[in-house]
Design a protein around this ligand. Sequence first.
Ligand code: ASP
Length: 309
Amino acid sequence: MLNKKDLLSIEDLSKKEIISIIKNADNFYKNKKISIKERVLNNRTQINLFFENSTRTQVSFEIAGTLLGASVVNFPLSNSSQSKGETLIDLAATLNSMNPDILVIRHPNSGSVQLISEKVTCPVVNAGDGNHEHPTQALLDLLTIQKRVGRTDNLKIAICGDISHSRVARSNIFCHKKLGNKITLIGPKTLIPRNIDKLGVDISYNMADGLRDVDVVMVLRLQKERMDGGYFSSEREYFHLYGLDDRKMKYAKPKAIIMHPGPMNRGIEIDGNLADNLDKSVITMQVEAGLAVRMSVLELLLKNKNENV
Ligand code: ASP
């Protein structure tokens, strides 16, 4: 059950809604082939609007929609009316007149996806807005945790690196606070926002302290495209202090898992060999879980829409 027109943020969801999206996603994870009759997006149009570059997320939504039976249209933005100065609100009105059944939107500015959602009648999925939220990433991370750790509660989670520019960190914080898990943010002072402790997380500027006894280590990319100055002295020093490697992993629980939302920078935020160590790293599983979670979200929003017509 997802009693919402749109999926804009994890902050908006209840614990019950989070669990039901994951439960539905787990069915898709186990059983990827669905019969044509059951495809809830048969004869439906899904438009993907990615104002920011994306590889895995856009393709994942495209495959998810296609497997559910939709005709998926990737709205071409590089040469679009946006580059000719059209406002977002005018674009939303244009899209609405095309009668899509669902819109999937990524935008570099926080709040833009919500703005469009208020102007269109169909459900909207936020595929990442600025450094605000990336709800399907936190949900796919949760499905991966459930499958690899075996539970979604009573967990100690470390989120490491560039917290300031990360919508992935924010969505995961909201998600795990709702589930009652303990979160520690680790990174240099320059990359951890002031006052973020108000969200109920612990903060550590040191990997040895922050990683102690955690079940899950989430590593974030240094999001240089969002940085407007120098936040760290050099990539070499950053890797030495905050890059995840075997030495630092020893502080976590022996069975702790390593996650990364991708794209990852080997040798900067994570050691390449460690990223490839499938005893610990679940990075490829996250991509697989992403497809199942996106199918789940598209299906639940569409069912909800059909019920309310
Ligand atoms: N793919 C994630 C995002 O879109 C993380 C990243 O880009 O580093 O936010």
